[in-house]
Ligand binder design. Structure first.
Ligand SMILES: [Zn+2]
Ligand SMILES: [Zn+2]
Length: 270
């Protein structure tokens, strides 16, 4: 595994959450790497959405994994001495599969991010629904798959997250309170309600028990002024000396550094 603690204590010129042509990113890896180098990045990690065992337009296919890893190898050589490049993956967790599966453990990855984007439908627990997309789609799905029961959705998200954290097999916890973004548009202030906070705290305890690296994800910073996890949990990250990566979760080259500098400054000031 990458020594993230050493990297983050020496520089802020990194991004370990980057999507490209192998999943739902909107540019090839070569263009993403060129842009990162122009921004002065010293470390760049690619993190395609992992293959999963049901249909999803956002996830890479198993057939592409070999080609993806070859491309990382080529870029590692091309940028040697200028920028260090890593093969990562943002791996989904469901009750049927996840980062700890031998398939993911045997891939020659430099690091793994564990993230929840799918939760079971309320009517059919074996049907997984993407709750990570734009609010318009989330709202429709709330009606179609979840009976407009936002508390059920939030509890299910944190329940899946805790199971993922306990099952292990990954290094970095991705955007651990992200459901708060869509949930709070569905019901304003839900992410400040005590029961919601308790779910986050319980997840945080599980994260602490397993000594993960935690990311602060800045993908929504410029558009919504929001980061994941929310600033109100940053004090805990500091108090427990959690290694924190500030990642842009870029899906296009111009966003490789989006929201990172302001977030790094605010985090340093806590
Ligand atoms: Zn994600
Ligand atoms: Zn991502």
């Amino acid at each position: 595994m990458i020594d993230f603690r050493t990297i983050i204590s020496s520089t802020t010129d990194y991004n370990f959450h980057t999507h490209t042509q192998y999943c739902d990113g909107r540019a090839p890896m070569t263009v993403m790497a060129a842009h990162a180098a122009e921004c002065g990045m010293r470390y760049l990690g690619f993190s395609p959405h992992s293959p999963i065992n049901f249909e999803s337009p956002c996830n890479m296919s198993r057939a592409d994994v070999g080609e993806y890893l070859d491309q990382v190898r080529r870029l590692k050589m091309e940028y040697a001495g200028k920028m260090e490049i890593f093969a990562g993956m943002e791996i989904d967790y469901t009750d049927e599969f996840g980062p700890s599966d031998s398939y993911f453990q045997h891939l020659p990855l430099d690091y793994r991010i564990g993230s929840i984007h799918f939760i079971p439908s309320k009517e059919n627990l074996s049907q997984y629904i993407d709750i990570d997309g734009h609010f318009d789609r989330f709202k429709e799905k709330m009606h179609t798959y979840f009976d407009d029961d936002i508390e059920w959705v939030v509890r299910s998200f944190y329940n899946q997250s805790t199971k993922m954290v306990e099952a292990g097999g990954f290094d970095v916890v991705g955007h651990f309170d992200k459901i708060g973004h869509n949930a709070s548009q569905f019901r304003a202030g839900i992410d400040d309600e005590p029961w919601y906070d308790k779910l986050v705290m319980d997840l945080f305890d599980a994260i602490m028990d397993h000594h993960y690296v935690v990311e602060i994800n800045t993908k929504a910073y410029e558009t919504y002024g929001r980061v994941f996890p929310s600033m109100k949990y940053w004090g805990m990250l500091k108090r427990y000396d959690v290694p924190v990566l500030v990642n842009s979760d870029a899906h296009e080259p111009t966003l490789i550094n989006a929201g990172r500098e302001a977030t790094l400054r605010s985090f340093a000031a806590i």
